[in-house]
Design a protein around this ligand. Structure first.
Ligand code: ASP
Ligand code: MG
Length: 449
């Protein structure tokens, strides 16, 4: 059985030299960590996005200066900065040239190319940190193997090709040294740089683990694992030591910001255990996500997602007429609107929109879709709602689950309750202003020790 571990360090974990040193200690402590995936240093991707968004050359230079500063701050703390100075200079020079010759607006291909610099810089620096601490290490350009389609900004990895390329180009290198590589970025078949979407480094790490048939992926971040709810909402929140793939996937989808939602897919396909921990406090343990877990409690966690829009579509004329739902969903799908929660009655449908993948193009699709629905239904739109998701096991069949919930939240106005479709979650909408209090109250009731 493989013992290979892939360790991924997020932006805050590689924010500066001291943070990188803590990560190097984690890597050095385990011989089986052979592949290290890094994010861009904290703040760098945002600055790169700023460069792509503004048409003002001065603003682009200001953002560039910020990136240069973060980079040089690490470089200057190295024992042998000259070992990587040329490489860093080359990368910064390339980025600067893209600013100088950028024109007024960047193409989507250029945007991805620009956004790739954060990970390309941090991986060079982190490799040197490892080398200086005595580990054999090599910086590897992930674009040689992370083959994606050409959907810039949210490229889809090509799993089979990634596995083949990794076996040829990456696997043999692991014998002699550790490999440091970039999260978030890839390349299409024309060798154009692509990105997997914001926060995509977790996903990269899991994809590489799948390609290399690793035993474990470690996601090192700035929180000590996954909590029963956002600790900012209640001091009762506790770290979950072990959680199943299914439950963790629901949590990621319903707004727990610890993991990129797609991360668990490759891990589930290959049954690779995922560990989430804090690079600041590795001794504090963390959360293990795996297929088989010892306990399957009815309540595992509560997630809160703000700013939801509820759309109710009603058509009295449709009473007993077939095809109403089809017509509603057909309209939405033609406008490329993805629906999140749904409840229905004979003549009405209430639904929330999936705003997770909401780009500005997406939101501009909403109004035309609603106009089209208005040609055959009454449409009402309610904003300012929060989605509360209770995540756990056998929620669809456990006796008393809704009773417990309703009695706790007696005085709260709940909208759109979804219960029964998934055994791992029960969710409902409340007013945004009630959200935090609802979570706190519910947590106290469901997780009281
Ligand atoms: N650097 C990228 C971002 O900030 C990817 C990542 O950190 O996961 O979105
Ligand atoms: Mg992240």
């Amino acid at each position: 059985m493989s013992k290979l571990i892939i360790a991924k360090f997020g932006g805050t974990s590689v924010a500066d030299f001291d943070a990188m040193t803590r990560c190097a200690d984690i890597v050095l402590a385990d011989e089986n960590i052979r592949v290290v995936v890094v994010s861009a240093s904290s703040g760098v991707t945002n600055l790169l996005v700023d460069i792509t968004k503004t048409t003002e050359v001065q603003q682009r230079y200001d953002a560039y200066a910020g990136i240069e500063q973060i980079t040089l701050n690490v470089l200057n703390r190295l024992q042998q900065p000259h070992s990587v100075a040329a490489q860093i200079e080359l990368l910064l020079g390339e980025l600067k040239a893209l600013i100088e010759n950028g024109g007024a607006v960047y193409s989507s291909a250029h945007k991805d190319l620009i956004q790739s610099f954060g990970e390309r810089l941090s991986s060079v620096l982190f490799t040197q940190v490892l080398l200086e601490r005595g580990s054999a290490a090599l910086c590897f350009d992930v674009r040689r193997i992370m083959r994606t389609d050409s959907r810039f900004g949210k490229a889809e990895p090509q799993i089979q090709q990634l596995a083949e390329l990794a076996a040829i180009h990456l696997q043999p290198l692991l014998v002699e040294q550790r490999i440091v590589t970039q999260g978030f970025i890839g390349a299409d078949e024309f060798e154009q740089t692509t990105t997997l979407g914001r926060g995509g480094s977790d996903y990269s790490a899991a994809l590489l683990a799948e390609a290399l048939q690793a035993a474990t992926v470690q996601i090192w971040t700035d929180v000590v694992g996954i909590f029963t709810t956002d600790p900012r909402l209640t001091s009762d929140a506790r770290c979950i030591r072990e959680i199943s793939f299914d439950e963790a996937a629901e949590m990621a989808t319903f707004g727990a910001k610890v993991l990129h939602p797609a991360t668990l897919l490759p891990a589930m396909r290959q049954n690779i255990a995922v560990f989430v921990g804090s690079s600041r406090e590795p001794q504090a343990g963390g959360t293990w996500i795996a297929k088989d877990v010892k306990e399957r409690p009815p309540y595992r966690a509560i997630a809160l997602r703000k700013a939801q829009t509820l759309i109710t579509v009603k058509s009295p004329a449709m009473l007993h007429a077939p095809g109403f739902l089809t017509r509603v969903f057909d309209t939405l799908s033609r406008h490329q609107i993805s629906v999140d929660l749904v409840t229905t009655s004979e003549i009405s449908v209430a639904l929330t929109l999936d705003q997770g993948g909401m780009t500005s193009a997406f939101s501009s699709n909403v109004e035309p879709a609603l106009d089209e629905l208005r040609t055959f239904c009454e449409v009402s739109v309610e904003e300012g709602l929060s989605l509360v998701a209770v995540i756990g096991n056998h929620l669809h069949s456990s006796k008393g689950v809704s009773g417990e919930l309703f009695s706790t939240l007696e005085r709260i106005n709940m909208r759109l309750i979804c219960h029964g479709a998934s055994k791992h979650n029960l969710c409902f909408l409340v007013q945004d202003s009630d959200g935090p209090a609802v979570v706190k109250q519910l947590h106290q009731c469901l997780f009281a020790a």
